[in-house]
Write a protein that binds this ligand. Structure first.
Ligand SMILES: [Zn+2]
Length: 279
């Protein structure tokens, strides 16, 4: 009916702008997500990115490699020569699912995983990587950077290299005040988040978007399910391996919130749960 439709429009016209002004007094944040491989963004923080995109944040992703050194699927979905282009499309699919704005690759070659599962960093030219990241920071001008933690989550050398290079890139004087977060990863061994989380967020309302993003990575499903099955002690499906909680650690600035405004922290706070502290 015309009358109810127009009153609906009137209501949203009145309520939404006032609500928006109250909840979001600053402009939408621009976020730069930098990760080593396609799937890191979704596995570690897919729910958080989906939440931030829903809140109107502008998220730009940069991926160091195309994950050419990873698995091709079980059974394989492509040849080794095609894995990079397959995973490039998988990342684009995941970013679309999470509501990201752009994706760019730094074109490093991901070394093949060793015969005993050895993992490698992706470049010897660390200075060159730092310069590339400085160019990307200058291009995107992010308010917040989200990248790997100093321990590479579970110790992956490519994640550690990405963390160290981004830290160096941000040490430039003009970038020194940018806020930086890293995933805080739940250790299978200790059951604790590493590094210590600033926020443990409940991603339940965005879990389906994370599952959608993880579903894009067909080439990695064999590995995800193998790890998930080992963890659970029984066969699992992709939706079953997606947990309802994610955690983030603010790695810069490290001092208290009073000393520097942290607009991302304010947004994460809204969906955060109390951080479990050790006894
Ligand atoms: Zn990775």
């Amino acid at each position: 009916m015309v009358s109810s439709k127009s009153s609906y429009i009137l209501l949203t016209e009145l309520v939404v702008p006032f609500g928006f002004m109250k909840e979001n007094q600053s402009r939408s944040l621009r976020i730069l997500g930098f990760f080593a491989h396609p799937d890191d963004e979704s596995v570690f923080l897919g729910g958080t990115f989906a939440y931030l995109a829903d809140q109107g944040m502008e998220i730009h992703f940069i991926c160091a490699t195309r994950g050419e050194g990873g698995e091709m699927g079980d059974p394989p979905i492509c040849n080794w020569e095609d894995l990079g282009s397959v995973r490039e499309k998988e990342l684009q699919c995941a970013v679309d699912a999470l509501g990201g704005k752009t994706v760019r690759f730094l074109d490093f070659q991901d070394p093949v995983v060793g015969p005993k599962g050895e993992l490698y960093s992706y470049t010897e030219d660390t200075n060159g990587l730092v310069e590339l990241l400085q160019d990307e920071i200058n291009r995107v001008e992010p308010d917040v950077v989200i990248t790997h933690g100093h321990g590479g989550e579970y110790g992956h050398p490519a994640h550690i290299q990405s963390h160290e290079a981004m830290t160096r890139a941000l040490a430039q004087e003009k970038n020194i005040n940018r806020i930086v977060y890293a995933p805080s990863w739940l250790s299978r061994e200790t059951g604790e988040f590493i590094p210590e989380p600033s926020f443990v967020v409940d991603i339940t309302p965005w879990k389906n978007k994370k599952i959608q993003a993880i579903n894009c990575y067909k080439s990695q499903h064999g590995m995800f399910l193998r790890h998930g099955t080992a963890r659970a002690g029984k066969p699992v499906t992709i939706p079953e391996i997606v947990r309802p909680l994610e955690a983030l650690s603010r790695i810069h600035p490290v001092d208290s919130f009073e000393n520097q405004p942290d607009p991302l922290g304010v947004i994460l706070e809204k969906i955060s749960k109390p951080v479990k502290t050790p006894d």
